[in-house]
Design a protein around this ligand. Structure first.
Ligand code: 13P
Ligand code: SF4
Length: 366
């Protein structure tokens, strides 16, 4: 989304100046303001967050402060939209930089997903009323609404197995978007065969690039989307880490490819990765397949453990990185003056069914 340029006064701020001004506004606004921070945010941003978490935890935290007039979401656009959907209209959700999107979420849009559904509906042997759509939370609000309207649910990397198992109890097949890897890893974890029971839907090809027989046989139709950060991790990086650091444990995010997840010792959401490393003993060695800000923070916080990123070329989430302390300072000082900038508003029509899908997730995966 378009972001108006930062006024020069803010662009020129040093980190220390921005820090001090952010803290001043936080102090003045008190309980009127709550700041949420995703684990991939840089230290200079996340230190100001009242709540830190992965996308599942933050979706719940967003509704845990009904007294807050403003929810400033240091994350990416789909997270701010989810917060807006899950909170009453009197709470306003702000994204400090509107250009902080998610390249994976952008890989599926409503037009493409509707078109996929229409093609499936026209196929003999497929009954779309028996297909349950599941969207990863990393998706636009109108896709959440698409899912909510058709009896499906949202999932996050924390709860994907529960959400997908539930979906398979409601119908015969799952249409999973936009992350093929989370969909495939989840299906495999639930005991399905990635070769014979899953196919990939390429939105740029007729029938997604599949034969009618493949689509009829598939239990999982996986959208051809991926995360550009997590797709970088490879099995050879894991092999190199194991030979370089004998005794190392490898933990990766389930947005990584199936082979990478299989070669790792553990996989789970960012919250899971943090918990498992924090619970390990001093001296433990970890090679981690997720975003570099989180890995570096863990390494700094736990100096008695050896914690490295699997990818020797650092791999930040470039869109999360757009939440710069100067943007945070600019949005907060505007709020304090009574001027709301960068509010994320999901239109009421979309909100209704998107809320059905998100609430379903919170109930099914509670
Ligand atoms: P979680 O925070 O749910 O682990 O997801 C990671 C991610 O890619 C956020 O966009
Ligand atoms: Fe999107 Fe990947 Fe960044 Fe997460 S890490 S916000 S999935 S681009």
């Amino acid at each position: 989304m378009y972001q108006v340029p930062l006024p020069q006064e803010y662009a020129d701020l040093t980190t220390q100046e921005a820090d001090a001004r952010i803290e001043t506004v936080k102090h003045k606004m008190g309980s009127r303001l709550v700041i949420l921070g995703h684990h991939y945010q840089r230290d200079d941003v996340i230190k100001h967050a009242d709540f830190r978490g992965d996308s599942y935890k933050l979706a719940k935290d967003a509704s845990s402060r009904p007294d807050a007039e403003f929810i400033v979401f240091c994350g990416v656009h789909f997270m701010a939209e989810s917060a807006d959907i899950l909170t009453p209209d009197n709470q306003r959700v702000i994204l400090p930089n509107l250009a902080a999107g998610c390249s994976m979420a952008d890989m599926a849009n409503l037009f493409q997903v509707r078109n996929c559904w229409k093609q499936l509906d026209a196929l003999p042997g497929i009954d779309t009323s028996r297909i349950v759509p599941v969207t990863y939370i990393n998706s636009a609000a109108n896709l959440k609404a698409f899912v909510g309207e058709r009896g499906g649910t949202v999932c996050t990397s924390t709860n994907a197995p529960t959400a997908v198992a539930w979906a398979l109890e409601q119908g015969d097949k799952v249409l999973f978007f936009p992350d093929q890897h989370l969909g495939r890893n989840t299906g495999v974890r639930l005991g399905f065969d990635p070769d014979s029971e899953m196919c990939v839907w390429d939105p740029f090809k007729p029938l997604g690039g599949n034969s009618p027989e493949q689509l009829v046989a598939a239990k999982f139709i996986l959208w051809k989307g991926h995360c550009s950060v997590h797709a970088r991790f490879s099995v050879s990086q894991i092999e190199q880490a194991r030979s370089r650091m004998p005794g190392v444990q490898v933990v990766v995010h389930p947005e990584c490819e199936l082979d990478v997840v299989k070669a790792a010792d553990l996989n789970g959401s960012t919250e899971f990765i943090i918990k498992v490393i924090e619970a390990s003993s001093p001296g433990a060695k970890w090679a981690v397949g997720t975003e570099i800000n989180l890995v570096s923070r863990l390494a700094n916080q736990l100096p008695d453990r050896q914690i490295v990123c699997l990818d020797p070329q650092i791999c930040p989430c470039s869109t999360m990185y757009r939440i710069h302390p100067s943007f945070l300072c600019w949005t907060l000082e505007n709020l304090e003056r009574g001027e709301v900038v960068n509010q994320v508003i999901v239109p009421p029509k979309v909100k209704h069914f998107a809320s059905v899908a998100l609430e379903r997730m919170l109930t099914v995966c509670a």
